[in-house]
Design a protein around this ligand. Structure first.
Ligand code: SAM
Length: 284
């Protein structure tokens, strides 16, 4: 069966039918260009028979491109009007029965995903893109890889290496799960409405073995947040609140093999993890 993608006119017609005026609050910038949605699906290397999770399917332009690649889709949409229409759009445009499961929910709160998807493909709502990514990676260990479109600055931050200007808490937290790479640019003109920011594709592959359990991750992230809250300060100062004084912070950092005079932006995710482990050994 052939799936037919949506064009710009059809997307506007669908929005009018549903009385949907795109809102900034929900990051509703719909892709109206078939080449762009195909490019995203290709960048994610989606293969026939795979189960993909898409966050924010909107009117369905990217969803149809994933279905065109003969993959199954679990689509999570917060806007009830859009969620309610999606299955009909897919059926009208030739998607096979059962290939699409729609979940009418807030992606930040989901704890279950029908079909156990292993791939994430999404044009994410920009205001919540990092929290959504971290929530999915934390909650769904079966998710192995993905490509998402996000605001250019966010993509650069997610893929940033230590020492770079844009390296921050989201870079370290994202790296906890595996490596990230920039995967291509997208013109503003492919969106309706045209956003006032640039977009980039960014992809990840989950490491085969988790770095550590939930407690270790939580403790590591707490230290990362403290380090970047005062990113200009040396770590012995920035972490003094977490470790009960700068002398205690220096001892923990020393025992983790990290210079107490380093700054948060100098450390890799493995360095942060070692600091968290050294701190818990010290406590008991
Ligand atoms: N995938 C569509 C496309 O490419 O045309 C729409 C992408 S649009 C940038 C983001 C979509 O995410 C919107 O449909 C919006 O309603 C939805 N959305 C916003 N916040 C959400 C949330 N917390 N959970 C699930 N969907 C959300």
């Amino acid at each position: 069966m052939t799936v037919t993608l949506l064009g710009a006119t059809e997307i506007r017609r669908l929005a009018a039918e549903l009385d949907v005026t795109p809102t900034k609050k929900l990051g509703q910038n719909f892709v109206v260009d078939a080449n762009t949605v195909r490019k995203i699906v290709q960048a994610a290397d989606v293969r026939a028979g795979e189960r993909v999770v898409e966050i924010g399917p909107g009117l369905g332009s990217l969803t149809l491109a994933i279905l065109e690649a003969a993959a199954a889709v679990t689509a999570v949409e917060i806007d009830h009007r859009l969620a309610a229409r999606l299955a009909r759009t897919a059926a009208e445009r030739g998607a096979p029965d059962g290939a699409l499961t729609v979940v009418d929910a807030d992606a930040l709160r989901i704890t279950e995903l029908p079909g156990d998807p292993t791939v994430l493909v999404a044009n994410l709502p920009y205001n919540v893109s990092v929290p959504v990514l971290l929530h999915l990676l934390e909650t769904f260990p079966r998710l192995q890889r993905g490509v998402v479109m996000v605001q250019a600055e966010v993509a650069e931050r997610l893929a940033a290496e230590p020492g770079s200007k844009v390296y921050g808490a989201p870079s370290v937290k994202a790296a906890w799960y595996g490596p990230w790479q920039l995967r291509g640019t997208v013109s503003r003109q492919v969106f309706w409405p045209v956003p006032n920011v640039d977009s980039l594709l960014v992809g990840f592959h989950r490491d085969p073995e988790p770095r550590g359990g939930d407690d270790e991750r939580r403790r590591t992230f707490e230290i990362v947040d403290a380090a970047f809250n005062q990113r200009r300060k040396m770590l012995r100062q920035a972490l003094s609140g977490v470790f009960g004084g700068s002398a205690a912070a220096s001892v923990v950092l020393d025992s983790a093999g990290v210079a107490p005079t380093a700054r948060g932006e100098d450390l890799t995710v493995d360095d942060y993890h070692r600091v968290a482990l050294a701190a818990s050994e010290r406590v008991g």
